[in-house]
Design a protein. Sequence first.
Length: 273
Amino acid sequence: MQPKKNLVEMEAIAKKLRREIVEMIGAAKSGHPGGSLSAVEVLVTLYFDVMRHDPSNPKWPDRDRFILSKGHAAPVLYTVMAECGYAPADKLNTLRKLGSVYQGHPDVRFLPTLEASTGSLGEGVSLGLGMALAARLNQSPSRTYVMLGDGEVQEGQIWEGAMFGAFHKMDNLCVIVDYNGIQLDGFVKDIMEVAPLAEKWKAFGWHTIELDGHKIPVLQAAFKEASNTKGKPTAIIAHTIKGKGVSFMENNPKFHGTAPTPDEVQRALQELQ
């Protein structure tokens, strides 16, 4: 089993991962820094405190599963997997290079310790439902966690899955929406507003928690509440800041899918000391 970390250790890991995300996207000269940086605390909390998983036995049948439905934020998943020992830490800066295990979107053909290949937006809830239903049929204690982007929830397949999850009382499934307010072409509210988001998930029959997605103790409490909720799946609406931790990236739509220049990488790393 992955040993649990305390709050000080997790906050230090979060800062380290932010530096690695900036460096690897800068080295690739392409990628998605904004939504990778906004998701850091959620993934750190899951992998280092909440989920039951074992890097020495990555296909342990009773492990908890994590699916990054917003696959373009692959750098945050790659850095946390490398920190756990599921993937090579010394290869992070090969992101998006030909033949690298770190493809632009998560790909199980290159990195078999991933749970799924993702990046075609809208599919993560469906994948998670399949895994959660299989766990129930196998009488496994496994739980499944799916991270969605807020722009992604404009996809209809998300809501078909939401209906299925509530109808089948999938209480071993937890969805986290990385609600940073920005998608590919600008602010979500200007493209297709998804608010009121918590109320939508409630209306679909999910237990819903709304919180600050950068506060690890708040996330810990929410994941515990989710695991204690019986008879319905849980949706966590995590309010986050796109580009969190780097002043010139924060809330800046440019950095949804634009890599920092070498000078910007150095500025960002100085801020993340």
